[in-house]
Ligand binder design. Structure first.
Ligand SMILES: Nc1nc2c(c(=O)[nH]1)N[C@H]1C(S)=C(S)[C@@H](COP(=O)(O)O)O[C@H]1N2
Ligand SMILES: [Mo]
Length: 413
């Protein structure tokens, strides 16, 4: 088998060393987020004051939404530096009160059980050496990314736009692991469980499921590597599910249990939480009832300007470079368009390298503001299925799937 996993990936030998199969990753001494405060930031909505923190292990400066269980947002300027979000700035979101603060990579086992011919218990080393390596670049985005911008406001984590990131994920195809176990005829879904749990017995364990055909599509994968390194503990060390093109609620972290089911999963996190209105754009009117709800699923396209912020000053008659990132959701990026006249005229941005249909794509454009005063830049992406961002924001009670065309307000001097 080849030593190299592909461009940008580290060699398998180096990877085995780096993960320190003899070792472990740990949250040394727990988390005291208030110890190492690095200032604060005002997210652009009411009640948007947040502390910046450097107190979390394997993490650089992050926006603190909640200490326990941790919710950390990526400061938006990180997205201007490139399409791959560094592991130490990648957002973090956990639901349940208990998660291991240390995982012994040697002792770790992944169970594969349920409707299979031969239940498995796989070590990390087996996953790394007995299956064909697989790598994919993909955006991991929380269903509630940008929830803080919802009008009217909705309960839930009040994220700005930084509950997303793009990484190269390295590991094995879920299909290959399921094939080794031998899925029984009559299998309907596959359920994933991680090592975290509720503090109270009554708290439903965090379990997510995918339809069997989806689980076996050859893209859904078990990742032990992220941008050529082991996963940070807070991003799911030593193993997580990666579901390219789908919201990250399905990307179960610290994954140690896979169960093949012969019926649709009706556990709390599939049947009651993370439901969206089954309407165009998951749109509902505030207070509306009576629509059908379905589990959240595919990502929708989004694009952002990353080098200019609201309130930045530019000079009339002088060219300004604009750049940003876009992603197509569950499809590639066909076009990024920008407008400086409120959307009357849209111009093509230049696209940079394509890292695959599920990755961030960088784009560039130039414009010369004509006259002094306030102005707005808009950007939108059209994905390879022809789906584009809406000019009006969608709304639903869960605060899910925001993907309105973004606007950046500039002052022309
Ligand atoms: N085990 C486990 N996996 C989980 C979760 C969790 O609470 N426990 N949260 C999910 C949700 S809702 C999100 S947004 C992503 C966040 O992934 P990240 O922390 O690596 O950015 O993890 C997903 N996987
Ligand atoms: Mo999420």
């Amino acid at each position: 088998m080849s030593e190299h996993l592909g461009p940008g990936a580290m060699s398998r030998r180096r990877f085995l060393q780096a993960t320190g199969l003899a070792g472990s990753a740990c949250l040394v001494g727990g988390v005291s987020a208030l110890d190492a405060q690095a200032g604060s930031v005002h997210l652009p909505f009411a009640n948007g004051m947040r502390d910046l923190t450097r107190a979390f292990p394997q993490k650089g400066e992050m926006i603190l939404l909640r200490t326990r269980p941790p919710m950390l947002e990526t400061p938006f300027d990180v997205f201007d530096r490139g399409v791959f979000t560094p592991n130490d700035r990648f957002f973090v979101r956990w639901h349940l009160g208990y998660m291991p603060t240390q995982v012994d990579a040697d002792a770790f086992r992944l169970a594969v059980r349920g409707q299979v011919g031969k239940p498995l218990s796989l070590s990390l080393r087996q996953l790394m050496t007995e299956f064909e390596p697989f790598e994919i670049a993909a955006v991991n985005q929380c269903s509630g990314n940008s929830r803080g911008f919802f009008q009217p406001r909705v309960p839930g984590g009040q994220w700005a736009n930084g509950a997303m990131g793009c990484a190269r994920w390295t590991g094995v195809r879920l299909k290959d692991v399921l094939d080794r176990a031998g899925v029984n005829a009559g299998a309907v879904q596959v359920r994933f469980n991680g090592m975290d749990s509720g503090n109270l017995q009554a708290t439903p364990d965090f379990l997510k499921s995918l339809d069997i055909e989806h689980a076996r599509d050859g893209e859904v994968m078990l990742a032990y590597g992220m941008n050529g390194e082991a996963l940070p503990l807070l991003n799911g060390f030593p193993l997580r599910l990666v579901v390219p093109g789908w919201y990250s609620t399905y990307w179960v972290k610290m994954l140690n249990d896979i169960e093949v089911l012969d019926k649709a999963d009706d556990n709390y996190w599939m049947a009651k939480a993370y439901l969206i209105p089954d309407t165009p754009h998951a749109n509902a009117a505030p207070g509306q009832t009576g629509f059908k709800s379905v589990p959240i699923n595919r990502l929708v396209p989004r694009s952002f300007i990353t080098n200019l912020r609201d309130g930045d000053k530019v000079v009339a008659g002088h060219a300004v470079a604009i750049r940003g990132i876009a992603f197509g959701g569950d499809a590639g990026v066909r076009k990024v368009l920008w407008s400086s006249d409120g959307g009357a005229r849209w111009l093509d941005a230049e696209l940079e390298a394509d890292h695959g249909r599920y990755a961030f794509r960088r784009w560039n454009a130039r414009f010369t503001p004509a006259k002094r005063g306030d102005m707005e830049l808009m950007v939108k992406v059209i994905n390879s299925d022809g789906v584009e961002q809406p000019v009006e924001p969608n709304w639903n009670g869960g605060g899910f799937m925001r993907n309105v065309v973004e606007r950046t307000k500039l002052v022309v001097a």
